[in-house]
Design a protein around this ligand. Structure first.
Ligand code: 5AD
Ligand code: SF4
Length: 478
């Protein structure tokens, strides 16, 4: 699952009616003052999605989101532990928040997410000004922890659940463009990749009630949204048993159920696991025009020995076979990847196989990282982190350089083609241009035309390409 970082900006559809269960009902206004929270999210899309669940839970106890840290009554940081750098970023942000707290002692600070889970109560010892440490499965406890913090009592809840999916909570969409939204379909991960901290920070895998997912998609569509991304650490192992009928819904079936909400609602999903992605999923994608032709299929390494050490449970051949199946069943599908360079004992030849995999799979883009050892993971326990930092970095540069070339080639091949684009909003650079994505998840920028607005679909002919973006014109039919 790919990462983003930075403040999650708030507001937009704050006053949408919410169906979330009420857990704690307190007076929304205290001493004549509307209380507010400021939240920053780091890490994967799942974390951003979790922040929207947190926002909904806080809304029930009278806290409104604000973009202004300086006036907030509560500052939350939803953290990521995936690499050391992610944790360092959060520590730096905490210094900024702590400065606020020194000026305003009533301010409460909470640390959420994966770092909270990894460090637990130790966090309170290390960061004296933090009031609350709350793991990814404990957000329902936030109102109680908040009430305690207001009484000066610090709190930790890092209980990992086997059941929690927050299925009944209607997320409060933060920083929404009103067109695209995430829907979390499962939580946790049972894969145990040797490099990865996620199984320890997010617990066991569990799938959310399929009907609650479909109804969230329907609700979003009714509110004008036109694209949903179904999120899970490994969506292909989604499996939900209907407690009444005992019927089991798998990921292909869930995809179909969501695609049937409306032909104008686009469906995306992330992340797929090469060992689990089935032909049934691929045929379902091919059958529905509104299921986007884009698969994020992290390879991690192109070499079978390294894949084995990573405990990815597939080898190079298996991965290549899945790629061939994708291009056979969905010829215009785009594939993207995650790649780690310099994993324990990786040789130059093995690194070359990651490079050749980028060529072979013809990735439209990749998220690329130097290996970062994480305490407590199987790799940290079993293998020496023996590839020197500068070698990891050089290999990473090579991977990035090649991926940039391949992405450019991929994008150049689109010049002259026409794509159906969902308008997401103004382009970054100009109010005279819109940006939107095609089915393959490529960002396309094009000049506006009166009458069009975000949420509309428009046919765009591609005229220019860089390695990151396509530019085009509205197809007029002549
Ligand atoms: N070091 C470097 N990259 C990592 N990832 C996960 N754990 C590590 C680690 N210890 C990468 C993987 C994963 C993505 C989300 O982050 O490529 O797919
Ligand atoms: Fe997401 Fe947690 Fe993994 Fe970071 S460590 S990418 S927040 S699951």
């Amino acid at each position: 699952m790919f990462e983003q970082a930075g403040p999650l900006n708030l507001n937009k559809d704050m006053d949408e009616s919410r169906q979330g269960e009420v857990f704690f009902q307190e007076a929304p206004v205290r001493d004549g003052h509307q209380r507010s929270f400021y939240i920053e999210s780091y890490g994967c899309q799942m974390n951003f999605s979790d922040s929207e669940i947190v926002a909904s839970i806080l809304g029930e106890v009278g806290f409104q989101p604000t973009r202004e840290m300086e006036t907030a009554d509560l500052i939350l940081v939803n953290t990521c532990s995936i690499r050391e750098k992610a944790e360092e970023t959060v520590r730096k942000r905490l210094q900024v928040f702590n400065k606020q707290k020194r000026q305003r002692p009533d301010l409460m600070i909470g640390v959420l997410g994966c770092m909270a889970e990894r460090l637990k109560a130790k966090f309170l010892e290390e960061e004296k000004l933090v009031d609350m440490v709350v793991g990814p499965d404990a957000y329902r406890d936030l109102p109680k922890l908040l009430a305690n913090a207001e009484e000066g009592e610090k709190g930790v809840n890092v209980f990992l659940s086997r059941e929690e999916t927050y299925a009944d909570i209607s997320p409060l969409r933060l920083d929404s463009n009103g067109v695209t939204a995430f829907i979390s379909i499962m939580r946790g991960c049972d894969n145990m990749c040797s490099f990865c901290v996620v199984p320890y920070t997010r617990g066991r895998e569990r799938s959310r009630n399929a009907f609650s997912i479909v109804s969230e998609a329907q609700d979003l569509f009714d509110r004008g949204y036109r694209e949903v991304t179904l999120l899970g650490q490994n969506v292909d192992s989604y499996k939900w048993e209907n407690p009444e009928t005992k019927e089991v819904v798998n990921f292909a079936q869930l995809l179909e159920m969501t695609a049937l909400v409306h032909p104008d609602l686009r469906i995306r999903f992330s992340t797929s696991h090469p060992k689990d992605i089935t032909d049934e999923v691929l045929y379902t994608m091919a059958r529905y025009e509104n299921i986007c032709n884009y698969i994020h299929l992290p390879v991690q390494s192109g070499n079978s020995r390294i894949l084995e050490l990573m405990n990815r449970t597939y080898d190079r051949e298996w991965y290549m076979d899945r790629v061939r199946a994708i291009y056979r069943i969905i010829p215009d599908c785009a594939i993207s990847s995650d790649i780690i360079t310099g994993f324990c004992t990786e040789t130059e030849e093995e690194h070359q196989e990651s490079l050749s995999m980028i060529e072979f799979a013809n990735y439209s883009m990749s998220y690329m990282f130097a290996y970062s050892e994480r305490p407590g993971t199987p790799a940290a326990k079993k293998y020496a982190d023996d590839v020197p930092e500068e070698v990891k970095k050089r290999r990473l540069d090579e991977v990035i350089r090649l991926q940039t070339q391949i992405a450019y080639r991929h994008n150049k091949a689109d010049i002259g083609k026409t794509f159906k684009v969902l308008i997401e909003g103004d382009s970054k650079r100009s109010e005279l241009e819109f940006k939107g994505r095609n089915s393959q998840n490529k960002m396309i920028v094009f000049p506006k035309k009166p009458g069009l607005r975000p949420g509309d679909y428009v046919m765009i002919r591609i005229t220019e390409a860089t390695s990151a973006t396509l530019r085009g014109k509205i197809e007029t039919g002549d």
